[in-house]
Write a protein that binds this ligand. Structure first.
Ligand code: ZN
Length: 206
């Protein structure tokens, strides 16, 4: 069972004290971070001219040196069926649970045929429902960015309930800032998700 909001808060307090701030991530080094400090005030960055040519290829372009095709590196498989696999990060992160649903075949999101897209719709709905019904989960955000790696992968990000500032797209930033979830809690939740997903289709691998 995921931590209660009070347990999550206690985890933060244990790391940085009652009114302490978590360490600042290096957002000033991120090209995509949209704001910068100007004369002590946070301001939107100046929008530069676009690239002269096309964007550089993403990781695993055309299936060459593709992390997902090569077996996911350190990301362990949670569940699979014939065409889909569910993986978790190599270790717990700050939010209760983050999982990736990926096709086994090397293709991009928009390349799914109708049959595969229909199956994706069913699995993503089951998975979102299963994760949202875990105790103390406020919402599960389903995100396909695909800007880093070409191989189809969709993020399922469970945010905690009752933290009004850990919401929406910026909830993702808290995943790297919050101290990691205790490993035994995290593994038990992954097992529960895999077990329940396997009642619909495929098989649990954890
Ligand atoms: Zn691939």
């Amino acid at each position: 069972m995921p931590e209660s909001p009070e347990e999550l808060h206690a985890r933060v307090v244990a790391a940085v004290g009652e009114d302490g701030r978590l360490p600042m991530p290096p957002v000033h080094e991120w090209e995509i971070f949209p704001w910068e400090l100007v004369d002590g005030a946070l301001q939107p960055k100046v929008v530069p001219a676009p690239l002269d040519g096309p964007e550089p290829p993403r990781a695993g372009h055309d299936g060459v040196d593709c992390f997902s095709c090569a077996g996911d590196g350190n990301a362990a498989r949670v569940w699979e069926n014939q065409r889909w696999k569910l993986t978790h990060p190599p270790k717990p992160t700050g939010l209760p649970l983050v999982l990736w649903l990926s096709s086994k075949e090397h293709l991009d999101y928009a390349d799914m045929g109708d049959e595969l897209a229909g199956e994706y719709g069913r699995i993503s709905t089951w998975l979102c429902r299963i994760m949202e019904r875990l105790p103390h989960i406020g919402r599960v955000h389903v995100n396909r960015w695909g800007d880093g790696s070409e191989h189809l992968h969709v993020w399922f990000i469970a945010r905690p309930e009752r933290f009004p500032m850990i919401k929406g797209s910026l909830a993702v930033e808290w995943d790297e800032m919050l101290p990691p979830v205790p490993e035994d809690t995290w593994r038990a939740d992954i097992h529960e998700v895999a077990r329940k997903l396997a009642t619909h289709d495929g098989r649990a691998l954890v």
